[in-house]
Design a protein around this ligand. Structure first.
Ligand SMILES: [Zn+2]
Length: 239
């Protein structure tokens, strides 16, 4: 058993680094155990191989102080919400037993991204069913909280996490994917140079930071309403 407090699930290696890496690092710095589940291994990428991406993913996890990281063998570019794939993810949820699960937002440009969202949700439901046999992980478990990382989609988040102190390391974790992001010839029409990437990432994080009244932030959505005990400590200034 390798329990974590917070598990982030995404379709591709480097998705988590882009959408919620700062938040994962912040949680690790607060003393929580964090984990990343990548559904695919990146064999369809224009640049690099599944092997080079595996070592880059391990380096990124080290920078983000992630305790547990694994990639499933779902084909890259063909993430499908099948029974078989739901069982694979449910097995991981029972093994890692997260209190909080971070999923991608359920709409987006890339089919792997929005399919991963529904797949993660339905696998969480399955993982809690006593009678589903997921040997060797037969203790049912469901995350208490499921939140959605919305950075890839233009939608107003329900909350943001202040990552001002984590911004630099978050960027370093993304640059660990040298085969994808470093300035190079192969695929330079699709992949912007490192300086351009930094300025885009900076602009996005500043935008969400501004919504929360801080310098840099990452956006999330929760389906549930917020619950408040004390009106005087609700954060984010109104006027
Ligand atoms: Zn992706």
């Amino acid at each position: 058993m390798t329990p974590v407090d917070i598990l982030a699930l995404a379709a591709h290696r480097d998705d988590v680094e882009q959408t919620c890496g700062g938040t994962l690092l912040k949680m690790a710095q607060l003393g929580y155990r964090t984990g990343i589940l990548d559904l695919t291994q990146g064999e369809m990428g224009t640049r690099g191989t599944a092997e080079s991406r595996a070592s880059e993913a391990a380096e990124a996890a080290r920078i983000l102080r992630v305790s547990w990281r694994q990639a499933l063998d779902i084909p890259d570019g063909r993430v499908e919400n099948t029974w078989e794939n739901r069982l694979k993810v449910a097995r991981v949820i029972r093994e890692t037993r997260p209190r909080v699960l971070i999923l991608p937002y359920w709409k987006g440009r890339h089919p792997d991204h929005y399919t991963a969202s529904v797949l993660g949700y339905e696998a969480s439901f399955l993982a809690g069913l006593k009678k589903i046999d997921l040997t060797p992980n037969n203790e049912p478990h469901r995350p208490f909280k499921i939140i959605y990382a919305t950075l890839y989609y233009d939608i107003r988040p329900t909350f943001v996490v202040d990552i001002t102190d984590q911004f630099e390391d978050r960027f370093r974790s993304l640059m660990a994917y040298k085969s994808q992001f470093m300035d190079q010839e192969a695929g330079s029409g699709i992949f912007p140079a490192e300086k351009e990437i930094l300025s885009r990432i900076d602009a996005m994080a500043r935008f969400y930071g501004m919504l929360g009244g801080v310098t840099y932030a990452e956006p999330f959505l929760q389906k549930e309403v917020g619950l408040v005990d004390d009106l005087t400590v609700i954060p984010v200034k109104s006027i």
